[in-house]
Design a protein around this ligand. Sequence first.
Ligand code: NAD
Length: 294
Amino acid sequence: MRILVVGAGQMGNGIAQVLAAKGHEVLLNDVDEARIRHGVDAIAKRLNRDVEKGKITEIERGRVLEHIDMRPHFADLEIDLAIEAATERLDLKRDLFRDLDRNTSPETILASNTSSISITVLGAVTSKPERVIGMHFMNPVPVMKLVEVIRGIATTDATFATVRDLALALDKTPVEVRDFPGFIANRILMPMINEAIYALYEGVASAEAIDTVMKLGMNHPMGPLTLADFIGLDTCLAIMNVLYDGFGDSKYRPCPLLKQYVAAGWHGKKSGRGFYDYTGGANGVPAPQLTGSR
Ligand code: NAD
């Protein structure tokens, strides 16, 4: 397939990589060339590691990169599918879906990797809501098996089948989900992360202690605060806001400490600082704890 990936951040570049690895022709888009280049560099770095570990050959590495074309503009797109993986903001995604609708043929399927935003709402700004769908990959995309496939209210069986079959062909496990706030993954995960941030905020325990409890006590591979840093605190806050607005239930109110970190530009691993400090490398060290305990 010929597939446009919109957004070359941590999710978009991961999606581009797994598509290219299976021989799809990938067009990678972002707001400017520097960001696209940054995304391609991240892919190249991961592929280099795979070559060093003997998982792929140098030739395979080259083939994946050859299948990715940098595409800063939408004009004259002849594509079978677009997968939008831009920042988790409704206004931004609505604009992108309008643009994608204008610049693609009536047959092109428009998918969003959104963590929580309504697929029905995104479909409604296009001329073909029956071809709009959620294709929610997990982070890191090359490693994680799950893809939530979200049907908007107008999504047809044919659109669903195409996206499900693509996920299967990428060696992923698709799971069908209906279009309600946070779908399944984030409706369950994000309130847990938010509660962990509340525990930190109230000074119940340190970030490391909270993570240790969930790792050793619940057998989670990673503590919730480390996971929040990996997801991106801006994304976590955006998802909590969608749950809060969508259900109108106070149990989803985002923790003030999460809001404060995001306001400070502390977006987690991708920005170098979140609940942990990543300025010295990919494995974070405890950051000075600023709690807002009452
Ligand atoms: P990110 O911040 O790493 O990347 C977002 C990218 O989108 C940036 O490179 C930004 O420049 C680009 N962008 C912003 N506006 C754009 C526009 N108008 N056109 C093109 N590109 C634009 O964020 P991310 O973690 O990759 O998240 C992207 C999407 O994937 C979000 O919807 C998020 O909710 C979802 N998601 C994230 C995770 C996760 O664990 N981080 C998991 C699943 C889904």
